[in-house]
Design a protein around this ligand. Structure first.
Ligand SMILES: Nc1ncnc2c1ncn2[C@@H]1O[C@H](COP(=O)(O)OP(=O)(O)OP(=O)(O)O)[C@@H](O)[C@H]1O
Length: 489
């Protein structure tokens, strides 16, 4: 049976308008997210998580599943609601990979095959809350397929995956496309699979064009969006320059000596020796699960093992009586973990203001100047009219942009951006990427940056901390590289 959208409308803070759209039985679709994210709303409408304010969707009795950042967030919320840490003699990390994949799988053979196909066997006994970004993405795909859907909506399926797992998933989805109808929603051009039949383009939230794969490849929208983002990022930078802060720390800003993180069942990395000097911008690279976020958590002060390591930051030796707030005061952070923790339903304005206090939610009285700066940020994010709207009611990418602005607002000395583009549309990603690059170029903050995508490399970053696997120690270690500047001709 075909799926038909008729006269669909959603408004503030989401925006979606689909006068008429038919997805024929068996046809594979891609939705390319240019600007105004629509994918999350479409996925939620199809899966019955959201009701249209107007119009209707006829999907018959189709069993539709989605894989998306919001479906992961819902599962994590569910695990938090059932957290048994208080009744156990250990931390409750949520249900294990094994339990979650077995829960809906038809039989053991299907479950084991899924664990194998998505490279989840080594993670079988790990709780969902322990998983890294790429690991949890693979788990969410396995869970969705274990429910044997007729239609699978994959929102940014490759997001957070390293190169090896992106290749594996791409081959896996191709084999799956023979049996299951799919809608792939993405904001990256190279992530539209070749087996897609039709591409839907939205303009300002409205379904604008339906294209064949070949028509899509020659479409001018990308060039147009790049020009638009270059112009808009100048507005961001003007605002950042206006509130420029001076930081007076001595070298090195951060120093880790013989860093090590280990858990009961495995060591993640050892022998990490790393110094971040003034003016240096770093990209941290390495495969899923190698410890990038863990290392950044040691610096930011969120990771429990930061006290058992020899870490100096901003001239303070960790564990010498300083508080986590002494560190956070000079540090901005964007990451999926922080996004997941930001559960407080304060207003958009309060989210931005909370950046001045490093809090999740706002518990202080902001000054007039801080309120004015936060309002200026809302204006350049085009969210001024939604200043009082609750954070939770925003779509994931709008939330992410608010959290990025929250991290930048106080102009921290160190800006930790751990896969910042997760959930953003094409324009949003370009905008944030241009802005981060200009922040680094002008040394407005020092970047510690993580992204798995080659095209996200920021030209201003010259230092690379690469995790490499050490088979003898069965864990990772860090290797430092400095980019060769191309000789002037
Ligand atoms: N409490 C724990 N016990 C055992 N392993 C854990 C625990 N917490 C995290 N891990 C594991 O530590 C590893 C490192 O996680 P981390 O999030 O730092 O990886 P990452 O390099 O950022 O990966 P990604 O590229 O997927 O984001 C992962 O394999 C994760 O499953």
């Amino acid at each position: 049976m075909d799926i038909t959208f008729s006269n669909i409308k959603l408004s503030d803070p989401r925006e979606l308008s689909i006068p008429y759209w038919q997805l024929k039985q068996g046809q594979h679709w891609a939705i390319f997210e240019t600007q105004n994210k629509v994918g999350a709303s479409i996925a939620d409408l199809l899966c019955g998580e959201l009701m249209p304010q107007q119009g209707n969707i006829d999907a018959g009795k189709r069993h539709i599943e989605q894989v998306s950042l919001q479906s992961l967030q819902r599962l994590l919320d569910h695990e938090d609601a059932n957290d048994d840490t208080d009744f156990l003699d250990r931390i409750d990390y949520g249900r294990t990979v094994h339990t979650l994949v077995y829960e809906h799988a038809q039989n053991e053979r299907v479950a084991e095959q899924l664990l194998q196909d998505l490279n989840l066997i080594p993670l079988r006994e790990r709780g969902i809350k322990q998983l890294s970004t790429g690991e949890s993405r693979r788990l969410m795909i396995a869970i969705a397929i274990s429910k044997a859907p007729d239609l699978l909506v994959l929102h940014d399926p490759f997001s957070g995956l390293d190169i090896h797992h992106r290749k594996l998933l791409s081959e896996y989805l191709y084999s799956l496309s023979i049996h299951i109808q799919m809608i792939v929603i993405t904001s990256r051009q190279d992530e539209i699979p070749r087996w897609i039949d039709q591409v839907a383009l939205f303009n300002g939230g409205t379904l604008d064009q339906v294209l064949s794969f070949v028509e899509w490849q020659n479409h001018p929208v990308i060039a147009h969006l790049k020009a638009q983002s270059a112009e808009q990022s100048q507005h961001w930078l003007t605002l950042i320059r206006k509130h420029k802060q001076q930081h007076q720390f001595n070298d090195p800003l951060v120093s880790i000596t013989d860093g090590k993180v280990e858990y009961v069942d495995q060591t993640i990395f050892t022998n990490v020796n790393w110094q971040i000097k003034r003016g240096e911008h770093w990209q941290i690279r390495g495969p899923n699960g190698c410890g990038k976020s863990t290392l950044l958590g040691l610096i930011f002060g969120d990771h429990p093992q930061c006290y058992s390591n020899d870490i100096q930051i901003y001239g303070m030796q960790r564990g010498s009586g300083e508080t986590v707030w002494d560190i956070k005061k000079h540090t901005g952070m964007v990451s999926s973990a922080l996004h997941a923790q930001y559960k407080v339903n304060c207003s958009a304005l309060e989210v931005l203001l909370s950046g001045f206090y490093d809090s999740i939610g706002l518990y202080d009285n902001p000054s007039k100047r801080q309120i004015q700066t936060a309002n200026e940020w809302l204006t350049i994010l085009h969210l001024q009219h939604l200043a009082q709207q609750g954070f939770k009611s925003f779509e994931y990418s709008q939330q992410r942009l608010l959290l990025i602005a929250r991290a930048i607002i106080k102009q921290p000395c160190l800006l930790i951006v751990d896969e910042p583009y997760q959930g953003l549309d094409f324009l949003g990603r370009q905008l944030v990427m241009n802005t981060l690059d200009m922040i680094a170029q002008e040394n407005l903050s020092q970047l510690l940056y993580v992204s798995h995508h080659k095209e996200d490399t920021l030209p201003s970053i010259e230092y690379f901390a690469d995790f490499e696997y050490r088979p003898q120690q069965a864990c990772y270690s860090l290797v430092i590289h400095q980019a060769q500047k191309s000789p002037l001709i």
